[in-house]
Ligand binder design. Sequence first.
Ligand SMILES: Nc1nc2c(c(=O)[nH]1)N[C@H]1C(S)=C(S)[C@@H](COP(=O)(O)O)O[C@H]1N2
Ligand SMILES: [Mo]
Length: 315
Amino acid sequence: MTKIHSSEITPAGVYFNRRSFMKAAGALLAGSALAACMPRTPSPAEGAAGLTPTPSNLGLTDELGNPATPLDTILHYNNYYEVTDSKEGVASLAQKLSTDPWAVEVTGLVRNPKTYAVDDLNSRFTPEERIYRLRCVEGWSMVIPWQGFPLARLLREAEPMTSAKFVKFTTLYDPKQLRGQADHFYSWPYIEGLRLDEAEHDLAILATALYGQPLPKQDGAPIRLVVPWKYGFKSIKAITRIELVEEQPVSFWTEAASNEYGFYSNVNPEVPHPRWSQASERRIGELGRRPTLKFNGYADEVGQLYAGMDLVANY
Ligand SMILES: Nc1nc2c(c(=O)[nH]1)N[C@H]1C(S)=C(S)[C@@H](COP(=O)(O)O)O[C@H]1N2
Ligand SMILES: [Mo]
């Protein structure tokens, strides 16, 4: 297997050519304030006005033909509660976080528990390009060109035991660096979880780069989960621990407001948030709203995971 270090992941300048190559090779997948997340704030208003879309998306599109959100927008409109609850404030404040060196512990109900340096993960699991829609539960969305590897590949190496039913993810806990963690309104650290079969789905990736540059700190450096068919808060940033467990984990936002944020949190236009409709969304950089797609447009790929499940009860 070819070894690719994070520093060798496509520089932005040659990104388009590499993408053309990947496409030819068939590797491209065919496939405010916590307004929404935040129970303290009653309004889902997202306040993206003032962002100036730049044409710098290099002509990238997702598999539905939606243009990638410009890098500058992706870098300046973020949810990262450990850093600040100001979307526009994350970008500069996040730069203080020290992300090198960084280790990810893979533990729990696995035959091969192991702590990996992030650089090891990048050389072991060749990054792939994935241009995914990101739909925040607050009602806005973006299209982000990630580079990363399927979580399934790491799980395969860990060899989950038959007793393992869920995967629990944990963000770095360090209130000295992550000042938001001094806010005792929330239960830190940020936790997320997936059912094992969801975690093993090829669309679920661990991202270590976007737009061909090492993952920016505001987007969850050095490594974050991306689960494109679920609301954005499931895509946990700055992961330090991946634990295979028997019991369904209690996610950070479920702990904060269980009636508003369930474990599954699949994007679903038919199931409104208790305080607003989820039928439509605003693609950042566009005027007006567009309809929200079931499973965020990935129903053909992931619908089978939920066959026979009541998606209203299992919100
Ligand atoms: N650790 C952590 N992960 C997180 C969050 C957070 O506050 N802390 N916010 C989530 C939410 S609500 C969204 S919409 C996405 C935003 O990702 P982005 O800023 O890279 O666009 O990250 C998710 N992951
Ligand atoms: Mo979100």
